[in-house]
Design a binder for this molecule. Structure first.
Ligand SMILES: *Cc1c(COP(=O)(O)O)cnc(C)c1O
Length: 420
């Protein structure tokens, strides 16, 4: 592992804003849409778990591109594979075969235990793909009355930003003034197996869920929920569709978050870390009885399954096969959890950890999640708030134990400063 901790990253060394930072922020805000509210830091370089801003300040990256960077910035074997393929062949379109997609698909089938994969680019596209495949399976295999299919979704979900996907979001900011919305979705409380059972009817084709709600604030379902859901879906002939875009690919200490309950969904939805943080690569994986409802012309993407994406995705799968990163997530996660637990009552109200992935609820009487993140940034740690008073920590899995200690110590400092 390449990540190092230099002396100037000790808590208390306050980062300042400079002219280069101000110039880049002004330029971006003037010419780009304001669909994000970034922290005022302008990054220019990344290596392992660390990034450097245009002023030369270094930061521990505790967001890791929302877990797209599970393997860190610039992992040499990923960069090498991508560079080789970049020189060789980048795009064929699916009008022709290429020599990278087959090996990638074979490897991803082996990793997921599924018979087929369908490659796309962004996570939202993979979710859309799962929705389309589930509906077609409902009509063609299950025998649902044409035009009536419904999919059960969870309150507090995040599955992406397309018109159909925001149709079943209950986040007002994500949905306001984007209607009319796509019908055919029924929301139930997250982790409530009785509510799922009650919502299923003859036209239900799938239950779409996150095994852990990442954007929701690293929210874990009740113990046993995934197993109960698996059983329910089997009994009622409904597809169990797991959005593992953020929870999957080693983040939680297992390859998939569903592995924690030894559960295999009917469809895996993958993205983010599947592209190693250097290219958008997403996919769904399912058995033939589901996937074969897709016929030529029914679905596709110009870039989906392109040779560059496939080469990178294949390398990611090979990295995951060693189990090394799953193990790191477990060991580092235990360390993170122990450290964060000690801050409960010191400014934190609750801590939720699974692998190297934590959501902490900050006492709103003390400070907002945004203020915590601004404080962390000034002390050299980058993280992102969600839903007002929650801060999420998901450092790259190449982080060292010293990095994790630094993260906890810096959070302690920020909370102490606020309590003073
Ligand atoms: C990020 C994310 C998505 C959307 O992925 P994009 O690549 O941003 O479209 C969907 N589902 C979950 C659980 C995510 O975390």
């Amino acid at each position: 592992m390449t990540s190092t901790t230099a002396l100037n990253e000790t808590p208390g060394s306050v980062k300042g804003e400079g002219a280069r930072t101000a110039e880049q922020i002004e330029l971006t805000e003037r010419h780009a849409a304001h669909n994000y509210h970034p922290l005022p830091v302008v990054l220019t370089h990344g290596k392992g778990a660390w990034v450097t801003d245009v002023e030369g300040n270094r930061y521990l990256d505790c967001l890791a591109g929302y877990s797209a960077l599970n393997f860190g910035h610039g992992l040499p074997r990923l960069v090498a594979r991508a560079t080789d393929q970049l020189r060789q062949l980048t795009l064929t379109s699916r009008a022709f075969f290429n020599d990278q997609l087959g090996p990638f698909a074979e490897a991803l089938c082996e990793l997921t235990g599924k018979e087929a994969v369908l490659p796309m680019n962004s996570g939202a596209e993979a979710v859309e793909t799962a929705i389309k495949v589930s509906r077609k399976w409902g009509y063609q295999v299950k025998g649902v009355t044409p035009g009536t299919a419904n999919i059960i979704t969870m309150h507090g979900n995040f599955h992406g930003r397309t018109t159909t996907i925001v149709s079943f979001s209950d986040d007002d900011v994500a949905t306001a003034d984007f209607g009319p919305f796509t019908p055919g979705f029924v929301g139930v409380p997250y982790g409530d197996i009785d509510a799922v059972a009650a919502a299923i009817n003859d036209s239900t084709v799938a239950v779409l869920f996150e095994p852990i709600q990442g954007e929701g604030g690293v929210v874990l379902p009740p113990e046993g929920f995934l197993r109960q859901l698996r059983q329910l879906c089997t009994e009622r002939n409904v597809l169990m569709v797991a959005d593992e875009i953020q929870s999957g690919l080693a983040r939680t200490g297992r390859t998939f978050a569903c592995d924690h309950e030894d559960v295999v969904p009917d469809i895996y939805i993958l993205g983010k870390a599947l592209g190693g943080g250097l290219y958008p690569v997403s996919a769904i994986a399912a058995d033939r009885v589901v996937m074969d409802v897709v016929r030529p012309g029914t679905h596709g993407s110009t870039f989906g399954g392109n040779p560059l994406a496939a080469a990178i995705g294949h390398e990611v799968v090979q990295i995951l096969k060693t189990g090394e990163f799953q193990e790191r997530a477990r060991v580092l996660g235990d360390r993170l959890e122990a450290g964060l637990q000690q801050l409960i009552g010191q400014g934190l109200l609750a801590v939720r950890v699974r692998g190297l992935w934590a959501g902490v609820d900050v006492d709103p009487a003390l400070m907002t999640g945004r203020e915590v993140c601004e404080g962390l940034m000034r002390h050299g740690v980058l993280a992102k708030d969600t839903h007002g008073s929650t801060v999420r920590f998901a450092p790259p899995l190449v982080a060292t134990e010293a990095d994790i200690e630094l993260l906890v110590a810096t959070l302690r400092t920020v909370l102490e400063e606020a309590r003073r």
